[in-house]
Design a protein around this ligand. Structure first.
Ligand code: 5GP
Length: 236
């Protein structure tokens, strides 16, 4: 397969066309951002880790019958994915209070929620990705009622599979953000990435952060922590 023109440069990835119409080439970058791009750094080795971690997780989900855009690893920092039309939505699933949820509701972090809480955010950097409800999703034309129902169902299934997977490697899945897209055939599938950049992962024993909060909150060096997550996934 041949890499063709650059289609899009995101905060953490570059997406290229390929010589196959429905296949894209994703390159994971060493860039780290937080606070909607206000905090920005280059962290050597991060792209490689997130590419591999996302690959392992999407492979695991495929084994559990959950489809994603992931096709195969192309190099340490690159993977091929199915071309999809992305929904302009960030879908957040929360199992435990943390981050913006804890802040918004004045709650302590680390409290188990009675059931997984699903939230939508509208993907728009200029608006700072606002928190939106189901009606907003439809009014904004981000997804139809039927698509919202399908996305919710898949997100909860993905959550259940990820909780089990992470538990098996000594990690408590606090919350995560996923994105969905629609294939040329009209199938809604999981897309983008699942990595410590997009999940809150706490060590089951120590509650130590194994995710991007290390960077967001200036808690230390992110690389050894991401290496730890990849090592545990590889031993799975
Ligand atoms: P919160 O809303 O608490 O900041 O984030 C909830 C979860 O979604 C966290 O696991 C966080 O990593 C993820 N998340 C939310 N928005 C973004 C985003 O714009 N980029 C990334 N990488 N993760 C996000």
């Amino acid at each position: 397969m041949e890499r063709k023109e650059l289609l899009y440069t995101g905060k953490a990835k570059k997406m290229y066309a390929t010589d196959q119409e429905n296949v894209l080439w994703a390159e994971y970058l060493n860039q780290a951002t937080a606070l909607n791009g206000v905090k920005k750094d280059t962290i050597e080795g991060k792209g490689k880790l997130n590419n591999q971690i996302t690959g392992r997780i999407f492979e695991y989900l495929a084994e559990k019958g959950i489809a994603s855009h992931y096709l195969q690893e192309l190099s340490e920092t690159e993977q091929s994915v199915k071309r999809v039309n992305m929904f302009p939505l960030e879908v957040v699933v929360r199992n435990v209070s943390a981050g913006s949820f804890a802040k918004r509701f004045g709650m302590e972090e680390g409290v188990d929620l009675p059931f997984p809480v699903l939230e939508f955010y509208y993907k728009d950097d200029a608006l700072n990705d606002p928190f939106i409800n189901d009606a907003h999703v439809q009014v904004l034309g981000a997804a139809t009622d039927a698509e919202v129902a399908e996305i919710k169902q898949q997100a909860l299934k993905i959550n259940a599979a990820l909780i089990e997977m992470f538990k098996g490697i000594g990690i408590r899945l606090i919350d995560f953000k996923i994105e969905f897209g629609k294939t040329a055939e009209g199938e809604i599938i999981l897309a983008d990435e699942i990595s410590p950049d997009t999940c809150r992962l706490w060590d089951i024993e120590t509650n130590e952060h194994l995710d991007k909060d290390i960077y967001r909150r200036d808690l230390g060096d992110l690389i050894p922590v991401y290496v730890e997550v990849l090592d545990r996934l590889n031993k799975m």
